[in-house]
Design a protein around this ligand. Sequence first.
Ligand code: PRT
Ligand code: ZN
Length: 283
Amino acid sequence: MLRIAIQTKGRLNEQSLDLLREAGVTIKEEKRKFLMRASDFPVEILFLRDDDIPQTVAMGAADLGIVGYNEVAERGYDVEIMKKLGFGGCRISLAIPKSDKYDGLSYFNGKRIATSYPNVLKRFFDENGVEAQIHTITGSVEIAPAAGLADAIFDIVSSGGTLISNGLVEVEQVLQSEAVLIGTPGLSEEKMAVARQLISRFESVLKGVGKKYLLMNLPVAALDEAVTILPAMRSPTVIPLAQKEWCSLQTVVDEKDLWSIIERLKAIGAEGILVLTLDKVVL
Ligand code: PRT
Ligand code: ZN
């Protein structure tokens, strides 16, 4: 039985559960306990505060964990990063009052910086020869400058809205983060086999994210040109139609390119274009 630790509540909880569910690992939600057995896969889910997940996995009290890379980097426990999971994206940045002039990292010499990520910040300052006072605070770091507790902050930024509403401006992006799957180093072969199976399912789910399945009818004469427009996984599937001069074409495209691809296909005669949501891609 493999034990995987995820966040009890908070920003990563829902997406961690969604990813597990999409990968065929489901738990009965009626009565949530701190440790729950999945009904359809040899996994149990341990619900923890995100702060505790790296240590729990490093100790082997959970075999795997889903947590923000920022927590892994800050806590410094010996865990293996097994997979980036593509959600929970954010960065840890240095931000200063917007009325201040910023002239590079030397700005921070002698300044007081409030943060919940003192270790990541200390490493960054040491690497860059900055000597500043790091003040560790938990909770609302962004109010520290206005409250006179610090000159600048080092905190998680995602949309940037929190900084703006506190009169701060981001000046250095120090660490890029997203949710990652971590594992205890040296898992037994038996556990590794289950972990590999789970990772391969995660990969199938993640490959389907941001992809659409396209189906259309196309004049056979336009096929060569259509193939140059469509970046299929190998090449698009072409099916003959009863009307000899027409064929049906099927392929997978990135959602971000969807409209430009559709417009180019219409321009070469594609008709009856269907766009379908793609669930998983198993290669
Ligand atoms: O209760 P528990 O200890 O488990 O949770 P928590 O309160 O410590 O963490 P939580 O749930 O807030 O965040 C969990 C993880 O989500 C973090 O460790 C990051 O990896 C990731 N994440 C992604 C974020 C954000 N985006 C984010 N925007 N974590 C926090 N924020 C906060 C940030 O601290 C700041 O206050 O949101 C604010 C900034 O957001 P913007 O959009 O205004 O820039
Ligand atoms: Zn936390």
